[in-house]
Ligand binder design. Structure first.
Ligand SMILES: [Zn+2]
Length: 300
């Protein structure tokens, strides 16, 4: 089974492409229905070409008989026309404006988003993050196009200190930007038929930065020490620091990134105890080691 939510985020950051019946068949039925109910994917055009169902060795153009009731392809290795069930040709189109609207609603923003660049960039509105009202933007762009989104935001709103939500990991926009870039593939999931935005995760991106910048002036909290230790355990298992790798690690362990980050910070609304046990056994870490508070750092 593939993760429908992560697949959708992947399409939002890549070239605009519909999902085929094969994509949809690889998702949990409930996730597919939730995406349809939320309007995040909707019926698109029938596929014009498909992977040959006979030999799977080539793509074939879909042809229709004269009255348009029967679809077929020609298998080049067999040299034969082969009928294709029209159900196989169905495609589902990701709906970016709807995605922006659902995201805003999930963040409790009452007004509809403002589309700044058609099909690419929205201002969702303002909401409280880490005890401050902040401007929230969403850009359905590839990591390479992050700078153009940042420039557009600056053009409209100046040097605004806010949150820029992206469907995938992207490099930091640089010190000159006050925008905090958040990768939705780490900070959201599809749960119980709706978008679940991991606000505590987003808030941590603000509060952790603040603590890091005042390092040495303020004692670190035991909870934060434990969190760092757990991140260290995960990194040791998959030796990489960047978020994209955390996402890959989550997939490897069979959990959502949101659940994995939930485990790190003890947010039990995001994972079941069974899942935690499974993850710990996969990474070869005992429960005692996972829960053991690190020794307080020496303040000398
Ligand atoms: Zn063929």
């Amino acid at each position: 089974m593939r993760d429908a939510w992560q697949d959708l985020l992947g399409r939002l950051s890549g070239p605009h492409e519909d999902f085929g019946s094969g994509d949809v068949a690889s998702w949990k039925r409930a996730d597919f229905e939730a995406l349809c109910d939320l309007g995040l994917v909707s019926d698109g055009q029938l596929a014009a070409s498909i992977l040959c169902p006979e030999c799977s060795a080539h793509w074939a153009e879909v042809m229709w008989n004269q009255d348009g009731t029967r679809a077929f392809i020609v298998c080049t290795s067999e040299g034969l026309p082969i009928n294709v069930d029209p159900e196989r040709l169905r495609q589902w189109e990701p709906n970016k404006p709807r995605f922006a609207a659902e995201l805003a609603a999930e963040l409790g923003i009452p007004d509809p988003p403002l589309n700044l660049v058609i099909g690419r960039l929205w201002r969702l509105g303002r909401c409280s993050i880490a005890n401050r009202q902040r401007d929230i933007f969403f850009a359905a762009v590839a990591p390479d196009d992050l700078q153009s989104a940042v420039i557009e935001i600056r053009r409209g709103y100046g040097s605004v200190a806010g949150v820029l939500l992206l469907p995938s990991a992207a490099p930091d926009p640089g010190q000159h930007s006050k925008l905090k870039v958040i990768d939705l593939s780490n900070a959201s999931a599809l749960r119980c038929g709706r978008i679940d935005v991991d606000l505590p995760f987003i808030e941590e991106q603000f509060t952790d930065g603040r603590r890091a910048s005042s390092k040495g002036l303020r004692l670190k909290s035991p909870a934060r020490d434990l969190k760092e230790q757990r991140m260290g355990i995960l990194r040791a298992f998959a030796p990489s620091r960047d978020h994209k790798q955390m996402k890959d690690l989550a997939r490897h362990l069979g959990v959502s990134p949101s659940a994995l980050y939930g485990m790190v910070r003890d947010d039990r609304s995001r994972y079941s105890q069974d899942k935690l046990e499974t993850v710990l056994s996969r990474i070869g870490c005992s429960r005692a080691k996972w829960d053991r508070s690190p020794k307080p750092a020496s303040h000398a």
